[in-house]
Ligand binder design. Structure first.
Ligand SMILES: NC(=O)c1ccc[n+]([C@@H]2O[C@H](COP(=O)([O-])OP(=O)(O)OC[C@H]3O[C@@H](n4cnc5c(N)ncnc54)[C@H](O)[C@@H]3O)[C@@H](O)[C@H]2O)c1
Ligand SMILES: O=c1ccn([C@@H]2O[C@H](COP(=O)(O)OP(=O)(O)O[C@H]3O[C@H](CO)[C@@H](O)[C@H](O)[C@H]3O)[C@@H](O)[C@H]2O)c(=O)[nH]1
Length: 479
């Protein structure tokens, strides 16, 4: 079979960018991205795409209507496709068996049932969503139990490694593409067909093929390793604050060892995003189910340390402000989970804001890309101690950083947007209440300059000479 038509179920952060790049690099293949949500598909067909991703607009504009289509006509797209990507969401279960840990596979199962219902010819079905090991077996069972006469399926695992904010570059210049398939002649033929798609732009040596289960586990393992590096450096940031060492210097020194490498050693207020926590919890649940409790406990600690880092930072803000933020105006700069994305899923800013709101603070929030409604949504659902209406009264969303900081007791920087480095802090100092506090949760500001202006400054993993922290003054240890 030569792949002429591809269908993708799920037009989200993965399905949209991935298929746009496939369409760009494979002009001979017709790519249709489908979603159950008509609103999402309408946005993909409009001038304002549903997600912000540098470089994505250009790719979509170049291909849309030529060989790239966004559609709600799932039946037609499935029927005409040779290959179907399943790129649906796999959130952590919020109830029932495995609550808070296991991946909820209801959307995967739903997608498999749709394919089984609608397909009338042979299909290669590719699991692109991140799933627990052996999830392909579920898809296989559903498809093969409902096969129409003459229809055959091959199921492949092809996890996605793109990071938000750099998705287009990550897709165009992928370190590797991973494809897992069944160890049968038909399975291996399907693997080669998907390899052929990627070989339009990825060097063959960077396309790794494995068995299905290794491929599924490698995705969870890659995220667990990356998150573990962040928790490791964040754990050391606490040691730095307590001793006078500087975590950036430690990271530079440690990262120079070529066996360790310099990337992903940036101490922060904690990792966020829709993947790291969900995928580690997924791995932990898998280990528990396999009676590997020591392994589960090992990875659980990565998540625990991340929670500790978020709590530690927020506690520092409150303690520095004389242990009360009630009725104080606090400017929050950055709400997305990292720069260059409008995505707020599991953003550490949510924890910081909710805790401050619970303590009675009035928040003035600015983020260059997050929509106002999204901020309200994140802060009012779920787990708030106050009623949503009360919470809303204590939040104001701003269009600029300058208006957010006006009259504020403190500025809390939660996301490392480049534009925050360019702000005129002399101007900001003038309009803030005194003493004026800055809490740099991303270590991106010029702290010496801020201290010279007159700010009390605190950051992650470094003790600054003028911190303003009651606990820090005359004390060798920070909370
Ligand atoms: N976001 C990332 O950066 C990233 C990177 C790598 C892997 N992943 C994984 O990829 C998967 C998708 O993540 P995402 O961030 O794109 O999720 P998302 O929530 O942005 O998008 C998923 C989309 O699937 C749609 N959907 C659900 N069931 C459907 C069905 N049966 N038919 C058609 N559409 C359906 C939903 O309406 C939604 O729009 C997850 O498993 C995630 O872990 C995400
Ligand atoms: O040194 C670092 C690097 C990252 N982060 C934080 O970690 C989180 C995740 O960042 P990143 O990994 O860059 O973004 P994601 O889009 O979540 O991408 C991760 O999750 C995706 C979904 O599975 C994978 O495909 C990617 O390979 C993997 O990097 C963010 O809050 C970052 O601010 C740090 O605190 N310090």
């Amino acid at each position: 079979m030569v792949i002429e038509k591809i269908c993708c179920l799920g037009a989200g952060y993965v399905g949209g960018p991935t298929c746009s790049v496939i369409a760009l690099k494979c002009p001979n293949i017709k790519v249709t991205v489908c979603d159950k949500s008509t609103e999402r598909i309408n946005q993909w067909n409009s001038d304002k795409l549903p997600i912000y991703e540098p470089g994505l607009d250009e790719v979509v504009k170049q291909c849309r209507g030529k060989n790239l289509f966004f559609s709600t006509d799932i039946a037609k797209s499935i029927q005409e496709a040779d290959l179907i990507f399943i790129s649906v969401n796999t959130p952590t279960k919020t109830f029932g068996n495995g609550k808070g840990r296991a991946a909820d596979l209801k959307y995967i199962e739903g997608a498999a049932r749709m394919i089984a219902d609608l397909a009338t010819s042979n299909k290669i079905v590719v699991e692109k969503s991140t799933v627990p090991v052996k999830a392909a077996e579920i898809i296989m069972k559903i498809l093969r139990a409902n096969t129409k006469p003459g229809v055959e399926y091959q199921i492949l695992s092809n996890p996605e490694f793109l990071a938000e904010g750099t998705a287009i570059v990550d897709l165009v210049e992928a370190d590797r593409v991973l494809i897992g398939g069944e160890d049968t002649p038909e399975g291996q033929r399907a693997v080669q067909e998907l390899c052929w798609v990627y070989e339009h732009w990825i060097p063959a040596k960077n396309i790794l093929t494995t068995n299905t289960w290794s491929s599924e586990l490698s995705k969870l393992a890659a995220n667990a390793f990356l998150a573990q590096r962040i928790s490791s450096i964040n754990s050391l940031s606490a040691v730095c604050e307590a001793t006078g060492a500087d975590v950036s210097e430690v990271a530079r020194a440690v990262g120079r060892d070529s066996r360790i490498g310099p990337k992903f050693l940036e101490a922060s207020i904690g990792f966020g995003g829709s993947c790291f926590q969900k995928d580690i919890l997924n791995l932990i649940y898998l280990c528990e189910c396999l009676n590997l409790s020591e392994v589960a406990a090992y990875w659980q600690q990565v998540v625990n340390l991340n929670d500790y880092q978020k709590t530690r930072f927020t506690r520092k803000v409150i303690e520095s402000l004389f242990n009360t933020v009630t009725d104080k105006k606090i400017a929050i700069l950055g709400f997305s989970f990292k720069k260059n994305t409008g995505d707020t899923r599991e953003s550490p800013a949510i924890y910081v804001c909710k805790t401050l709101l619970d303590e009675g603070a009035k928040l003035h929030i600015y983020d260059p890309k997050v929509e106002t409604d999204q901020i309200y949504y994140e802060l009012t659902t779920p787990y708030v101690t106050n009623e949503p209406e009360i919470v809303r009264k204590n939040i104001e969303i701003h269009n600029t950083a300058y208006s957010a900081v006006s009259g504020a007791h403190a500025l809390v920087l939660c996301t490392e947007w480049d534009e925050f480095k360019e702000l005129d802090f002399k101007k900001i100092y003038e309009v803030m209440m005194k003493p004026a506090y800055i809490f740099d949760g991303r270590k991106i500001l010029d702290h010496e300059q801020l201290i010279n202006i007159g700010f009390h400054v605190q950051t992650i993993g470094k003790r600054l000479s003028r911190t303003g922290s009651i606990r820090a003054q005359g004390s060798q240890t920070l909370p």
